[in-house]
Design a protein around this ligand. Structure first.
Ligand code: OFO
Length: 182
């Protein structure tokens, strides 16, 4: 070890988190932060439109996405890397319908699943079993998130949007979150 090395340089030499892995994890932080902002914006639109249960569902979902982001944040720093606070801009603020919101959520969650799978695949490939194991929580979470989005969309098919349909869908959306946590 060179005499003139600073303490931080010594510590980073001893870490097992590869730079490629750190980069992928930081990209995932950004994606989770985007999910949180996206769902908060959707919650606001639903609230403004009078879809009270959908709004509550989405406010809660936005908080959960922030928690997903923070878990990775702590993981990188604890593994000797540097978590980067993402810059999040360009979040859509207006939507055409309640149904469109849930279609967008499903589309978005499928993208997130692909991104999580890419990290799992990478960490296995480089034999980073700590990251591989850490990411298993996200694998399970994504399955749940996609199921929730699909169930929400099914409500539109089953109930229909005519008459008191949208009101009923909003009521059912209020129960959806609890049903998957059972
Ligand atoms: Fe973080 O699970 Fe959705 O995006």
């Amino acid at each position: 070890m060179k005499k003139d090395m600073k303490p931080k340089e010594i510590v980073t030499l001893r870490r097992s988190l590869l730079h490629d892995t750190e980069k992928l994890l930081n990209q995932q932080i950004e994606m989770e932060g985007q999910s949180s902002a996206y769902y908060l914006s959707m919650a606001s639109w639903c609230h403004m439109m009078g879809y009270a249960n959908a709004a509550q569902y989405l406010y809660t979902h936005a908080d959960e996405e922030r928690m997903h982001m923070l878990k990775i944040f702590h993981y990188i720093n604890e593994a000797g890397g540097h978590s980067i606070q993402p810059e999040i801009t360009g979040i859509r603020q207006h939507f055409n319908s309640l149904r469109e919101i849930f279609e967008l959520i499903l589309e978005h969650e499928i993208k997130v699943t692909k991104s999580i799978n890419a990290i799992v695949d990478h960490s296995f490939g480089v034999k980073d079993f700590a990251t591989f194991s850490f990411m298993q929580w996200y694998v399970t979470e994504q399955r749940e998130e996609e199921t929730l989005a699909r169930r929400a969309l099914e409500l539109f098919e089953i109930i229909g949007e005519e008459g008191i349909g949208l009101w009923t869908i909003d009521m059912e959306l209020g129960k959806l979150h609890d049903s998957t946590k059972a």
